[in-house]
Design a protein around this ligand. Structure first.
Ligand code: PLP
Length: 395
């Protein structure tokens, strides 16, 4: 039995109720169906299910599972998408979204400012004969020039990691759709709370659920949202045969994460704005990058698209790598790690960790300078985080 509220409910209602399935016991909390297989009543039933499984019929956990189905339906409801498929990690979702669409000879246009592993997947596509063109995602002229009549897909992070560039989603969608291309968006930094990706023309929306959806840095997971046709006819066959399936336990962790996500992410974004504003003008900082600040180059776009600056801040120290390392090592509350979207505030030095693999020229081009720090704001009191940053900067 599935328990999906009306389509027009508030996202917080959907995040608590959408997709809930109850067994014959009528359990209140979502059950973990920790089972790899499912029993058929007869040989005929097994045969019929392999021909076509109904929405509440399962075959094998790599194909789908009732707990994971709850997570998928809840995500689809939140995203305003027809359907979703959950995966073992965010990267399994990015990999499946792109590889399920592309074939040798296809052309893909991607924004250059991407998470390191997303760049790796694009390099892999190129290795298998897909032509990939890279553009500066904030420059619509570059998208216009790069997208061709034979472009199969465009791919970008709606807010880029770690320099928080904001892409004009509607404008890029319009250019892509005019060429008949599929728009694939990695929406992690925007979060499902501030996402209007489907309304702004995204065909496929991908999340690393490891981040804000879990919200506690506990489990890896990912999810792909899209039309029912795309999810069931394109993404699902790819995933069910290549093995990117999510664990039912992790789906259950994510279902729990979703129930509080809206409250958490809004509180984190409120703190991020307060912290970014407090850090502005600090003598040791050459840049405070936060889309919620009026001086961000895409501030108006961020507000129109997301209604928030999000939960991430980038700070650039004037003193370069040594100053950045000194500040990191002096922090007492904010922890050095490379996850994000956690309840605990986390700081990263991208040039030597998440983006170490890139050449120095490429890092320079992406604005990942030796003094840049990426900050993921958690649920602590904003004043404590500001105090920690101030003492770490030595002022
Ligand atoms: C973390 C992240 C991913 C990868 O997600 P995993 O769950 O770690 O596999 C992809 N894209 C972005 C923007 C991310 O931040």
């Amino acid at each position: 039995m599935s328990d999906t509220p009306r389509k027009d409910v508030h996202p917080r209602t959907a995040a608590v109720h959408a997709g809930t399935r109850r067994s014959q016991y009528g359990e209140m909390a979502e059950a973990i169906f920790l089972t790899q297989g499912f029993v058929y009543d007869s040989a005929e039933q097994a045969e019929a299910r392999f021909v076509e499984a109904g929405p509440d019929e399962f075959i094998y956990a790599r194909y789908g599972n009732p707990t994971s189905r709850m997570f998928e339906e809840r995500m689809a409801a939140l995203e305003g998408a027809e359907d979703a498929f959950a995966t073992a990690s965010g990267m399994a979702a990015v990999n499946a979204a792109l590889f399920s669409i592309c074939a040798p000879g296809d052309h893909v246009v991607a924004a250059r400012a991407l998470f390191g592993s997303c760049l790796y997947v694009l390099e892999l596509l190129a290795k298998f004969g897909v032509e990939v063109s890279y553009v500066d995602g904030t420059d619509l002229d570059q998208w216009r020039t790069a997208i061709r009549p034979d472009t199969k897909a465009v791919f970008y992070e709606s807010m880029s990691n770690p320099t928080l560039e904001v892409i004009d989603m509607q404008a890029v969608s319009d250019l892509a759709h005019a060429a008949g291309a599929i728009v694939v968006v990695d929406n992690v930094f925007t979060t499902p709370v501030f996402s209007r990706a489907v309304a702004l023309g995204a065909d496929v929306v991908v999340y690393s659920a490891t981040k804000h959806i879990d919200g506690g840095g506990r489990a890896l997971a990912g999810v792909i949202c899209g039309t029912r046709d795309y999810i069931r006819k394109v993404a699902e066959p790819y995933l069910k045969h290549t093995g990117g399936a999510i664990s039912p336990f992790h789906s259950w962790v994510m279902l729990n994460g979703l129930t509080t996500m809206d409250l958490r992410v809004r509180a984190q974004a409120d703190s991020a704005l307060a912290i970014a504003a407090a850090m502005q003008g600090h003598p040791d900082l050459s840049q405070v990058i936060y889309p919620g600040l009026a001086d961000h180059p895409q501030h108006d776009l961020a507000m129109a698209q997301m209604g928030s600056g999000g939960t991430m801040i980038a700070l650039e120290l004037r003193g370069g790598k040594q100053a950045a390392f000194n500040a990191l090592n002096r922090l007492q509350l904010i922890r050095i790690s490379n996850n994000l979207g956690d309840a605990k505030s986390i700081i990263t030095h991208p040039a030597t960790t998440t983006h170490q693999r890139l050449s120095e020229e490429e890092r320079e081009r992406l604005g990942i300078t030796p003094g840049l720090l990426r900050l993921s704001i958690g649920l602590e009191g904003a004043d404590d985080l500001i105090a920690d940053l101030r003492q770490a900067l030595g002022n």
